[in-house]
Design a protein around this ligand. Structure first.
Ligand code: ADP
Ligand code: MG
Length: 198
């Protein structure tokens, strides 16, 4: 459990807004351990492979978008989830290849869920205050759809352990991930805390 890993990508808008340090700080201070990090400019093919790793992504993301519109009392752009994600994927390719991104692997207990919690929900308009997407950016589905682009929400974070393992393999060679001990793990995970007092 303590070795669960998740993939985080600071998207091009995060890099351009000089938020690399702020974003990394938020994950780092949670107690998670950074075990891989690099800057790259992804290709469109890489971005498509990334988002279609989960065969359900097209359907689920389309349905999520339709529900979001209906919850706000607005008509969705289409009733067909797959038609919606075809457009989202094309827009994501433009977004994610527009400049450098920072790809990271964070490790620790419940890494996937902890990172999703710190990151916040997909749409910055409704992401919780205190999360990265809730605090540091202000986009909405309504604006991004009107402007025909992807929602700018600073971060990608894996949605499940299975997705994380596949995504990490897509973005990192095994040799780029470092296995090491972090001294704070003694405090986070040690059962007895018997090494503190002299
Ligand atoms: P998350 O990044 O929170 O896991 P998804 O996997 O559902 O969200 O979608 C991937 C990315 O696609 C989002 O982070 C966002 O940038 C973009 N996106 C998702 N839904 C929409 C939408 N309805 N309109 C525009 N962009 C979207
Ligand atoms: Mg996702």
């Amino acid at each position: 459990m303590k070795n669960e890993r998740t993939l985080v990508i600071i998207k091009p808008d995060g890099v351009q807004r000089s938020l690399i340090g702020e974003i990394m700080k938020r994950y780092e201070r949670s107690g998670l351990k950074l075990v891989g990090v690099k800057m790259i400019v992804p290709t469109a093919e890489h971005v498509e492979n990334h988002y279609t790793i989960d065969p359900e992504w097209r359907r689920v993301t389309g349905e999520k978008t339709i529900k979001n519109y209906k919850d706000k009392g607005l008509p969705p752009p289409s009733e067909d989830p797959l038609a919606i994600t075809t457009i989202i994927l094309a827009n994501l390719k433009k977004y994610m290849t527009s400049g450098p991104v920072i790809a990271m692997v964070w490790q620790g207990v419940h890494a996937v869920k902890i990172v999703r919690k710190i990151t916040g929900g997909t749409e910055p308009l409704t992401s919780d205050v205190g999360t990265i997407r809730g605090d540091l950016v202000l986009d909405s589905y309504q604006l991004s759809d009107t402007d025909g682009r992807a929602v700018r929400n600073l971060i990608h974070a894996s949605g499940s352990v299975d997705e994380a393992n596949k995504e990490i393999a897509l973005w990192f060679a095994p040799s780029e991930i470092v296995n090491y001990r972090l001294v704070q793990e003694q405090i986070l995970y040690d059962v007895n805390l018997d090494g503190i007092l002299e």
